[in-house]
Design a protein. Structure first.
Length: 341
């Protein structure tokens, strides 16, 4: 079965054609990052308008690259949330319209679940129970994966998502959006032990994450004790490298530590990691160095960031589990929990 996957939760207009949940026939990603750069983050209204202009041409491009005609598509999968309401409405209404016009079902999928599925794609079989780690610009989750589509929440962030913390620290250092890759690059030349930064601990919730205190420590290191976002930078270009390296070490160290501990505590047979921050090479080295007894699965490069292939892949499985698509009444959900029975 060919599934058309549509992703418009944030600032990527992405469409893919995937065969039987795993074979990627095309995966077109149009990033709007350059458009939002001057705002230091995603400007929701501009993102929605861009999606509106880009969606149809991106669908046409995905079909063409896959050498698949619209008549061969059996299902449309679309990210129904979590995400920005304007962008979500464009993708969901586009999927509903095509579903009526082509007379095929459509199914809404959870974008965060799809990030986990990205690490499972390209493998013919899955290992469960597994630990799922979602580390992206909008989300930070540890879950026990019981089956595709069935999760038990272990921990999440009580404030910033990890990618959001990278983006905000990058802004403080005067680096462009998205900040994650910029921090990783700068950190390569810095000393990770120079600043004693630490990620936060959440009282009575040992598996939860907190990055806002870490972000404030970085702010003070750059702009002086009690400095504000608007204050001027007080450190040299060389010091900036050490700030980037020390921040990255603290933030990724926290992810690694909790990932390793949770995989043992919850008796997991594999670890699946997804979301934009999974692109970070230093994170991969840090986790690999822990020599965990279970295998760690990372998404292929083009599946780390937001993409339509992970939406199509997960949509295929969910459709076959339930045997039906969603009704046209399906509404976008700006927030969705990952917990399912
Ligand atoms: O998964 P994604 O495309 O968006 C959401 O669903 O939120 O992830 C984007 C996030 C951004 O915050 C970006 O800075 C971060 O992933 N990111 C990285 C790296 N590449 C992307 N963070 C750290 N290191 C990287 N190499
Ligand atoms: Zn995402």
């Amino acid at each position: 079965m060919f599934v058309l996957g549509i992703e418009t939760t944030c600032d990527e207009t992405a469409v893919a054609v995937v065969e039987d949940g795993i074979h990627i026939r095309s995966n077109v990603i149009v990033s709007q990052a350059a458009l939002h750069r001057s705002f230091g983050g995603v400007y929701p209204e501009i993102a929605a308008r861009e999606h509106l202009d880009l969606l149809i041409p991106t669908i046409e491009q995905a079909l063409q690259q896959a050498s698949v005609t619209k008549k061969e598509i059996g299902l449309i999968a679309v990210a129904k949330g979590p995400g920005l309401i304007g962008p979500l409405l464009v993708g969901l209404n586009g999927a509903k319209t095509l579903s009526v016009a082509w007379n095929i079902p459509f199914i809404g999928v959870n974008h965060v679940e799809a990030h986990l599925y990205a690490a499972m794609m390209s493998h013919e079989s899955f290992l469960f129970p597994a630990l799922g780690v979602v580390i992206s610009g909008g989300h930070t989750f540890l879950v026990k994966i019981v089956d595709v589509g069935h999760y038990e929440l272990i921990g999440t962030t009580v404030d910033d998502a990890i990618g959001e913390a990278f983006d905000k620290v990058a802004t403080l250092l005067g680096l462009p959006y998205p900040g994650g890759p910029e921090i990783e690059k700068l950190a390569q030349e810095g000393n990770p032990e120079r600043f004693p930064f630490k990620a936060g601990k959440v009282k009575h919730h040992p598996w939860d994450f907190s990055f806002s205190g870490l972000k404030t420590s970085v702010l003070y290191a750059i702009k002086g004790q009690n400095g504000s976002k608007e204050s001027r930078v007080l450190i040299s270009e060389e010091d900036k490298k050490d700030v980037a390296a020390s921040f990255q070490e603290a933030a990724l160290g926290d992810i690694c530590h909790k990932t390793a501990a949770a995989s043992a505590t919850f008796d997991c047979q594999a670890i699946y990691i997804g979301g934009g921050v999974s692109q970070n090479k230093h994170l991969r080295e840090m986790l690999q160095a822990k020599n965990l007894p279970c295998s760690i699965y990372w998404p292929q490069k083009e599946l780390c960031l937001d993409n339509g292939a992970m939406i199509a892949g997960l949509g295929f499985h969910l459709f076959h589990q339930t045997g039906k698509g969603d009704p046209l009444e399906l509404e976008p959900q700006t927030r969705i929990s990952l917990t399912k029975s």
